[in-house]
Design a protein. Structure first.
Ligand code: ADP
Ligand code: MG
Length: 692
């Protein structure tokens, strides 16, 4: 059905251009252009019962028609007095030709559809859609009429006629159903052609209601297909990487063993398990594509260090990429400390280097004398050339998109060998969702915190008790500890938000004049932000007031109090991430959630959940149940949000099955997989960065 739409009657260059704007170039694409709503044209209303604003179907006879000049002197209208047995109204046309005038002669029997407006003398329909009826044709029942998303200059009626024509093609040309018949039977799905027929032309009010509430099986069927297409596209990316060659980092693990004996702690069993998974991948001749998920503080950094040593022992370079300079410095310090007994040369590619230092560093990287290289995405600038890059570790993955990661993969290509990739994220995401959203990656999870952590004590406090909160800050800071005050983005406008934060900082400076208070907001330059964070880290500030999310992953162990304003407006995952900024030292930490009463019941359950639950994965699961998947942080970051029919929350019951079906299809019908991907996913998305 990849027949061009220009084969349809009435599609000239102009209409084709309009359709192109809706991404429609083929008849099949036209069939997949789904209605946004339906209008009820199954009941004819008596004119006497009409109200202004109704979209109504009426039936009657033209009593009189005339062409009137407008009072303004500009233009003319065709006006018809139209009546049924209950009353009369006007039909008004601003654009008309002789043909129209002729077809609206007095005595003509019509069925009209349009929006009812208040006219000068009586109710009017402006430019109604109409159909002439023969005297004995009055009981003809129409479908509910689908209303489509459209673009300027393309009329609903045009779209409707074209879609009708497309359906006529279906009788002679098959639209290929890529879902295997077993699945249709098992899930009791209609065939693709039937599903489309139902969605475009629902026949009863009950069906329309189900469609509008997204409950109809015809929509579930399309949702299944769409999610399957997304899943397949990610699996294809995965396979693509699997066809590439990577260095086999196979060695006797001497460096790894040495580090393990030197650490002041033992790995948790979760850390041992995920390291074993990574180590096995690194020995393969194909690039690892692995996502390491672990809650804040679960100990991902040491896993990164062990993986790095495995690559270095085999004579390869390792790049560790962080989202900000500050985080990259933090990693540099940790690695320098852990690896101090090894003769491993470490380079930190920071913006703070002088020109000369930078040149030296770049030389060390290209000559291969430096084995471990840390930095931000600046690591992947043109001037940076690696010698033998074997492993790339990306921390806090969500700051980098899929495409950036692919570009990075290509950059590491040397003599046909691609580096392994380890992506680390602290954003927990429920398992079934992870397997969909990250289907291009293998997943390892650290589902256990190191022993001896005290959970952050969390309290929910109404705004009326702010003074107590301020007093609390005073106490904490006087004991030499530090605090955060976060004002999350609640206003549409960043300026208003900034104003709110600055005002809070000012108020706090007045009431806490003995404390050193810093302000961090989105409008500051990166350098200024980092300076404020650095001051906080080095304890030159006692309290940090911040608008947007405080740098993910920033580790200030001395901070023990987190205050979150408007906590009721935030999602659970964000609250959990923010709370994770404290509780990093050995002492008890606190998180105070300030809210503005009254709370809705959803807000109440959310705040109670964050107070009572400390495990990030359980929080993510709860978030999913309370709010829906599109809002679950990790899913948003993974980018499966532009779904047309499916909804990850409503259709989550399909996900497990989709993984199974996806696997079978990839093995047995790879060509159909590609066609399914083409059908559902924007064509230019697929292979960005994979074009050679
Ligand atoms: P994250 O997963 O958030 O990056 P980190 O790797 O920064 O967590 O680890 C948090 C802290 O826990 C660090 O100080 C780290 O040295 C320590 N740590 C990591 N693993 C263990 C362990 N098995 N036992 C005790 N402490 C650990
Ligand atoms: Mg970390």
């Amino acid at each position: 059905m990849s027949i061009s739409i220009t084969q349809l009657q009435g599609v000239g260059a102009k209409t084709a251009a309009h359709l192109k704007r809706l991404n429609i170039t083929t008849i099949e694409e036209l069939l997949f252009h789904l209605p946004i709503r339906y209008e009820d044209r199954s009941h004819v209303k008596p004119i006497a019962h009409l109200a202004v604003g109704d979209n109504a179907l009426i039936e009657g006879t033209i009593q009189a028609s005339e062409i009137k000049s407008h009072k303004s002197g500009r233009g003319r209208s065709l006006i018809c007095l139209f009546s049924d047995s209950s009353g009369s109204m006007m039909l008004r046309f601003f654009h008309f030709n002789q043909k129209l005038v002729a077809s609206l002669k007095p005595g003509t029997h019509l069925r009209c559809f349009g929006e009812v407006r208040q006219g000068y003398h009586c109710l009017e329909l402006i430019h109604p859609e109409f159909k002439q009826l023969n005297a004995n044709e009055t009981l003809f029942i129409e479908h509910f009429t689908a209303i489509y998303p459209t673009t300027e200059g393309l009329y609903q009626t045009t779209l409707r006629t074209l879609i009708q024509q497309a359906f006529n093609y279906l009788t002679t040309n098959e639209i290929i159903d890529y879902l295997p018949p077993e699945i249709l039977t098992e899930r009791q799905f209609p065939t693709l052609a039937d599903a489309l027929q139902i969605i475009h032309y629902p026949t009863t009010e009950a069906i329309v209601k189900q469609l509008q509430e997204k409950q109809h099986i015809a929509l579930h069927r399309l949702a299944f297909e769409e999610l399957l297409a997304h899943h397949l596209s990610l699996r294809v990316l995965h396979q693509y990487a699997q066809h590439r060659q990577a260095p086999q980092l196979n060695n006797n693990g001497h460096l790894v063993q040495t580090l393990l004996t030197q650490l002041s702690f033992n790995l948790t069993s979760a850390q041992q398990r995920v390291y074993a998974e990574i180590a096995a991948d690194l020995r393969q001749p194909h690039p690892m594509q692995r996502l390491l998920q672990g809650d804040v503080g679960s100990g991902k950094t040491v896993i990164a260090a062990l993986s790095a040593l495995q690559a270095i022992e085999s004579g390869y370079q390792v790049a560790v990429m962080s989202p900000t300079e500050l985080l990259s410095e933090q990693h540099k310090n940790t690695f320098v400390q852990w690896l101090s007994t090894f003769e491993i040369s470490i380079s930190w590619l920071t913006g703070q280097l002088t020109k000369k230092q930078r040149t030296t560093t770049l030389n060390d990287i290209v000559s291969g004398s430096s084995a471990l290289i840390l930095g931000t995405h600046a690591l992947f600038q043109k001037e940076v050339e690696f010698n033998r890059l074997g492993l790339v570790i990306i921390d806090e993955q969500h700051r980098f998109g899929v495409h950036q990661r692919l570009a990075l993969h290509d950059k590491g290509n040397q003599n046909g060998l691609y580096p392994h990739q380890l992506i680390m994220t602290a954003t927990p995401i429920p398992r079934t969702l992870a397997m969909t959203a990250y289907a291009n990656l293998d997943i390892s999870v650290i589902d256990e915190l190191p022993p001896g952590r005290t959970p952050v004590n969390t309290a929910i406090i109404p705004n009326s008790r702010r003074e107590e909160v301020v007093e609390r800050i005073k106490q904490v800071c006087q004991q030499g500890r530090q605090a955060y005050w976060v004002c999350p983005l609640i206003e549409e406008s960043e300026t208003l938000q900034l104003q709110a934060a600055s005002e809070i900082a000012e108020q706090l400076r007045l009431s806490l004049s003995e404390l050193r208070i810093g302000l961090l907001h989105g409008r500051m330059k990166a350098k200024e932000k980092e300076q404020v964070m650095a001051d906080f880290k080095s304890q030159n500030l006692d309290l940090l007031v911040a608008t947007t999310v405080v740098e993910v992953g920033v580790d200030v162990a001395n901070a023990s109090l987190m205050i979150i304003e408007n906590a009721e407006r935030l999602g659970l995952a964000q609250l959990h991430q923010l709370r994770g900024r404290v509780g990093r030292g050995s002492e008890q930490s606190y998180c105070l959630l300030l809210y503005q009463p009254p709370l809705s019941s959803l807000q109440k359950s959310r705040l109670a959940a964050i107070r009572d639950i400390h495990d990030g994965f359980i929080i993510a699961q709860t978030d999913l149940e309370l709010r829906g998947a599109g809002e679950v942080l990790g899913v948003k970051q993974a980018g499966i949000t532009n779904l047309r029919v499916a909804n990850l929350q409503q259709d989550k019951a399909l996900l497990e099955h989709i993984q199974i079906v996806g696997k079978i299809l990839l093995e047995t019908q790879p060509d159909n997989c590609q066609r399914l991907i083409d059908r559902w996913i924007q064509k230019n998305w697929k292979y960005v960065g994979l074009t050679h």
